[in-house]
Write a protein that binds this ligand. Structure first.
Ligand code: 5GP
Ligand code: ZN
Length: 114
């Protein structure tokens, strides 16, 4: 989508601190990290919210979690633990309307989340 920040990062139109990529997904460091490790994993396909995920997106959703798992292992936080989060719409605080899986780690997480 032409006016989407994360599509622009995926297309290379805007630079991102990319940590992992393949044909279907891209991962980059969050610009405003909320933990020592805060990576955003996105599909290259523009999907506005998790409400918009369709049957066709099964593979790319799996790719996103495989990327999260790999990045956590590379960063040495897999065994200690980490959190993966999708925020959907305003009550969850979604700000960028291109789905992104937050991978957060490197510190103790509270529960329930705020
Ligand atoms: P949301 O609140 O939509 O779940 O999360 C959006 C995330 O995108 C936030 O954690 C925010 O810091 C991050 N973000 C917003 N703009 C940019 C940007 O231009 N580059 C990067 N790398 N992250 C961004
Ligand atoms: Zn987009």
């Amino acid at each position: 989508m032409s006016d989407c920040l994360f599509c622009k990062i995926s297309d290379g139109e805007i630079s991102g601190d990319i940590v992992h990529q393949n044909d279907s997904v891209l991962a980059f460091n969050d610009i405003n990290p909320q933990a020592p490790h805060h990576v955003l994993i996105i599909p290259r396909k523009h999907i506005p919210t998790t409400n918009d995920i369709s049957d066709d997106d099964r593979d790319v959703l799996g790719e996103m979690y495989l990327a999260a798992k790999q990045i956590a292992a590379e960063r040495g936080i897999a065994d200690g633990g980490y959190r993966t989060v999708f925020n959907c719409n305003s009550d969850a605080g979604q700000k960028v309307y291109h789905i992104h899986l937050h991978l957060l780690g490197g510190r103790k997480m509270g529960w329930p989340p705020g």
